[in-house]
Design a protein around this ligand. Structure first.
Ligand code: ZN
Length: 295
């Protein structure tokens, strides 16, 4: 009897010890993250943002010194194109990979990328999709021993001396898969870029409600220039100097829609399109932005 009591007591002691340890660890991590984040790191060198021409789809590479991020990787059959583009730019590892949402024109090429490069962190929205493409991405994530992070609105991350903030999705339940798109604003010195995958007006209005600063110099127009995105209030709030549409020539959806092109013109935004200009590269020194379409 006595021995049994002792065993039970030591087991209880072990559980208590574990609980105390996990509380301490959690506390430590939370405190550390909060204390080390500065909103505006001093920009060093040049930040490049590449809108890679993947036809109908998105693939965006962000480089800040040695730090790199890839937002989407085009369709299934564009994975190798994106991989070669990255290799040609001397990329061997990616600090962040964002799969904005599970449609194949965004995450199709991701499995190729995850297999080819050392990836530190992968961000995906908290939604599942029953397609082979989505399953391939999940399988690759598992094979590469990665852990998926579903970011929350307001989360901050560093990318070298740039930083980015999660603007969306605000909700965890939408009818339309596009609205789950992870939206980020990257800030480098005084310059900033906003990307929101295929987020539609509903998700854009939720971004307005977060109270976060949406102003950006460069806006990737959501959903390949669809009329269901880039609503008036959103364009007013972001108030970009430049906009980019990542879109395929003669696509079956009629993207970009005339309404979007008109809104861009009315707002006096300088527009770039991958179907007309191929890959488009923006460079920022933290103060000014230049554009190169000859890449
Ligand atoms: Zn899309």
């Amino acid at each position: 009897m006595r021995r049994k009591t002792k065993q039970v007591l030591s087991r209880v002691g072990g559980i208590v010890l574990l609980a105390v340890l996990s509380i301490l660890i959690n506390h430590y991590i939370t405190v550390t993250e909060k204390e080390t984040f500065q909103d505006t790191p001093q920009p060093k060198g040049i930040m490049e943002v590449h809108f890679i021409d993947v036809g109908q789809g998105d693939a965006i590479l962000v480089e800040v010194d040695d730090s790199t991020m890839l937002i989407d990787a085009g369709e299934n059959n564009k994975g190798n194109l994106v991989k070669e583009y990255l290799e040609n730019h001397g990329i061997t590892k990616l600090d962040y990979v964002i799969g904005t949402h599970p449609h194949s024109d965004h995450i199709g090429g991701l499995d190729t990328i995850l297999d080819a490069f050392e990836v530190q962190k992968i961000l995906l929205p908290n939604v599942v999709h029953t397609t082979k493409t989505f399953e391939e991405v999940l399988d690759t994530v598992e094979r590469q021993n990665l852990k998926i992070t579903a970011p929350q609105v307001g989360d901050h991350y560093y990318l070298g001396t740039a930083s980015f903030t999660i603007l969306g999705p605000s909700s965890d339940s939408y009818e339309e898969l596009n609205n789950y798109s992870i939206a980020v604003k990257i800030t480098f010195g005084d310059t900033s870029f906003l990307f929101a995958g295929d987020a539609e007006a509903l998700s854009e209005r939720e971004m307005l409600q977060t109270g976060l600063d949406l102003r950006a110099d460069v806006l990737k127009l959501s959903h390949h220039g669809s009329a269901y995105s880039s609503c008036e209030e959103f364009l007013d709030a972001v108030s970009p100097t430049y906009a980019v549409i990542s879109v395929g020539k003669d696509n079956e959806y009629g993207h970009p829609h005339p309404e979007t092109l008109q809104a861009v013109a009315v707002h006096n935004i300088k527009l770039y399109r991958t179907d007309e200009q191929g890959s488009i590269v923006f460079s920022s020194d933290g103060q000014t932005i230049s554009v190169n379409t000859q890449d």
